[in-house]
Design a protein around this ligand. Structure first.
Ligand SMILES: Nc1ncnc2c1ncn2[C@@H]1O[C@H](COP(=O)(O)OP(=O)(O)O)[C@@H](O)[C@H]1O
Ligand SMILES: [Mg+2]
Length: 415
């Protein structure tokens, strides 16, 4: 009985023990499921992060001369593991498929350095041109590290690749714009120098000539003739005043500060029509001076100036309308002509076109928180639009002022 009882007790203990173990195992299973779930989420996050950063991971086994890639790596090159046929690839095939032919030597040299280095902390970032799967060219940044064995031999390299094509394109555009700005500045100086030479210098030379005549008459005791000569000064000086005004108005329209933008636009319209008698300009302004932020005024003036220069120079238009309005949601500027229109494609691709005028108009609008667009229909005309929302940020205006460059020293002359 006692034995039986003991056995029973032992059994009860054993069952209790087993129950405890089961509960423990269940807890372990629950935890491992939880860990697995978390791991999956972290992997997904990592994959998203790699994707968002355009990063692709790779490893290179030196002894086997074989790369191992991941899906994101292939995504960078616009291909997939199915298309390539696996995650592993010999270095020669990698170079052939993905490295621009002109850069293979540079990349090879970097790999050689990584294999030869004695520095265990060796790491490098190189940028080079790459080939997408369809053969088009992009740019890539490769950051890589090395792993050495106990004898100090490099056995593995690994790293991440990042597609930097967009960044390179932006850098290229910036370089292009800066060089265009520099040459525009030079051109502006050259034009200003010749304008000064052709106008004020000429006038001063003429005045000097007449002053010498007057002095000579005086020395000869011929006072009457001297006074007659003086009369000739007046129209010469008058013309010189106008020419000087044209020059400084072109450099900085001081009228904006004294009489405001709307009156300056009317002056600009009349001057432009005097300069180009075959062009009729309509000016529609449904906005008050106070509704236009101070810093925006010079930019609106310059955009209209460049647009009118373009109409006069390129469009063969007879009629152009400049409309500046407050349409409730903000300020809208439209310059529309009935000229020959144009092919926008080459003009809008900044890197290839000779279109500093249009680029500058766009920059003026966008740097002041506005939007810019241009529409053209061959044979029907061109419309330039710039608009600024009501709550326009006035911050960058001062920057635009310092960049306040334009193409014509005559306020509205050819640009
Ligand atoms: N209103 C327009 N009508 C027709 N063509 C235009 C007009 N505005 C600009 N264009 C075309 O766009 C090109 C680029 O203009 P722009 O950037 O101002 O440079 P630029 O005036 O120095 O040539 C011009 O050369 C011209 O071919
Ligand atoms: Mg132009």
């Amino acid at each position: 009985m006692e034995d039986e009882g003991k056995t029973k007790e032992q059994l009860i203990d054993q069952v209790a023990f087993m129950r405890g173990r089961i509960a423990e195992l269940e807890e372990v299973e629950r935890k491992s499921k939880q860990v697995e779930k978390e791991l999956k989420a972290i992997k997904a996050q990592l994959s998203n992060a790699l994707e968002m950063a355009h990063l692709g991971h790779w490893e290179f086994d030196v002894a086997r001369d074989v790369f191992t890639f991941n899906d994101q790596f292939y995504k960078i090159f616009h291909t997939t593991v199915e298309q390539v046929g696996g995650y592993e690839m010999h270095s020669a095939e990698y170079a052939h498929r993905f490295v621009h032919p002109d850069e293979i030597d540079i990349v090879g040299e970097e790999i050689r350095k990584a294999l030869e280095t004695t520095n265990p902390l060796f790491n490098r970032t190189i940028e080079h041109r790459m080939l997408y799967a369809d053969g088009t060219v992009g740019h890539i940044s490769v950051r890589f590290f090395i792993v050495k064995d106990s004898h100090g031999k490099t056995v593995k390299t690994y790293g991440v690749n990042q597609d930097i094509t967009e960044r390179k394109q932006v850098e290229e555009q910036l370089r292009f714009i800066s060089s265009r700005l520099l040459s525009a500045q030079e051109e502006e100086r050259r034009r200003l120098a010749s304008e000064l030479h052709d106008t004020i210098s000429q006038t001063l030379a003429a005045v000097k000539f007449w002053v010498e005549m007057v002095l000579s008459d005086r020395d000869k005791g011929n006072g009457g003739a001297a006074l007659n000569h003086l009369e000739k000064f007046v129209p010469i000086l008058q013309r010189s005043i106008e020419e000087t005004r044209n020059i400084y108005m072109g450099l900085r329209p001081s009228m904006l500060d004294s009489i405001g933008l709307l009156a300056t636009l009317e002056w600009q319209r009349q001057e432009c029509m005097k300069f180009y008698p075959n062009l009729h300009i309509e000016l529609e302004t449904s906005i008050t001076e106070e509704e236009i932020p101070e810093g925006l005024k010079v930019n609106i003036f310059r955009i209209i100036q460049e647009a009118l220069n373009n109409v006069a120079k390129h469009s063969k238009a007879e009629w152009v309308e400049v409309s500046l309005s407050n349409n409730g949601t903000g300020i809208e500027l439209i310059i529309s002509d009935d000229g020959v229109g144009m092919d926008l494609e080459p003009v809008l691709s900044t890197c290839t076109a000779r279109s500093l005028g249009i680029t500058t108009m766009r920059e003026r609008a966008e740097l002041t928180g506005g939007r810019f667009s241009i529409q053209a229909i061959r044979g029907e005309g061109t419309t330039v639009r710039a608009s600024w929302p009501s709550k326009v940020v006035v911050g960058p205006f001062s920057r635009c002022r310092t960049q306040d460059r334009q193409h014509s020293v005559k306020g509205v002359g050819p640009g």
